[in-house]
Design a protein around this ligand. Structure first.
Ligand SMILES: [Zn+2]
Length: 278
């Protein structure tokens, strides 16, 4: 992932529209980001949320991450995007002035239908029946809430992006919208692995849900060992396929028995010749 001139290179950039009566000059909208704020869109899809987000620069985040892992940028990282609204971080008000906002395509909280069937039916806030994967959260009072799960691809993109942003902008902290506007907001919600994200970005600790990818790489690497034919192309020296001790012994024994057969045959022919001559 590369950030060039405050924009992600090789990523879709769909600039948020700036309203004609927007009074700020471009210069006054410049920021020096110190923290990252994570949000969910509470929308139906990446494309529908993108349409909404870019409509007004006044209510937009810097990037939107889809369930497929695509990162779409809408505002350059050094320009203020108005994603946080009324907010406070460690006594500093107006978090938009010193933060980067990341939106994740996700419905957020889901609501169980009160019907007589035993099957759990979940609805989105807009009343749509929810059919995707959900995360169940039980609080300390035993109350259960339901949230749409974020996809692994989505989280992977989010984690990698935050890591890159930390390097370039010297990001000191990552928070949820709920941390800076607690009375108004709940996003990114209980399904978002905030602790893991911070551990990854600030302590280089790889979370468990990213480990399967590593295992895949390992199993790919282990293939040439079990199948010597599929050796990596970069291996410069031709290596003999490894064989077991048993196989090695049997080869030696075979060679030895071949040698013995040759000696016997030689002696047999020698005797036969002698017999012929006499
Ligand atoms: Zn939010």
């Amino acid at each position: 992932m590369n950030i060039d001139n405050n924009l992600l290179s090789k990523h879709r950039y769909v600039p948020a529209k700036i309203m004609s009566n927007f009074e700020d000059t471009v210069k006054s909208r410049k920021i020096n980001p110190e923290i990252i704020v994570i949000h969910y869109t509470a929308g139906a899809s990446k494309e529908s949320s993108l349409k909404e987000l870019i409509q007004y620069h006044e209510v937009c985040a810097h990037v939107l991450i889809g369930k497929d892992g695509e990162i779409i940028q809408m505002v350059p990282f050094n320009i203020r995007a108005n994603h946080a609204g009324q907010s406070i971080y460690r006594g500093k008000k107006n978090v938009n002035y010193f933060s980067i906002g990341i939106e994740l395509d996700n419905w957020g909280e889901l609501f169980p239908l009160k019907d007589t069937s035993d099957n759990l039916v979940l609805n989105t806030w807009s009343g749509q029946k929810f059919t995707g994967s959900h995360y169940d959260h039980i609080d300390k009072n035993g109350n259960k809430t339901y949230w749409e799960k974020f996809t692994i691809k989505q989280l992977k993109s989010c984690f990698l992006l935050c890591e890159e942003l930390r390097k370039i902008y010297n990001i000191k902290d990552i928070v949820g919208h709920n941390d800076i506007s607690p009375s108004r907001k709940v996003d990114p919600g209980k399904a978002f692995p905030m602790i893991e994200l911070k551990q990854y970005v600030f302590n280089s600790k790889i979370p468990n849900f990213l480990v399967p990818d590593k295992n895949n790489i390992k199993s790919e690497e282990s293939k040439p060992i079990s199948k010597p034919i599929s050796k990596p192309i970069s291996t410069p020296i031709k290596q003999e396929p490894k064989i077991s001790e048993e196989e090695f012994k049997s080869v030696i024994e075979e060679k030895e028995s071949n040698m013995l057969t040759k000696i016997i045959m030689y002696l047999f022919n020698f005797i036969l010749n002698l017999v012929h001559k006499h």
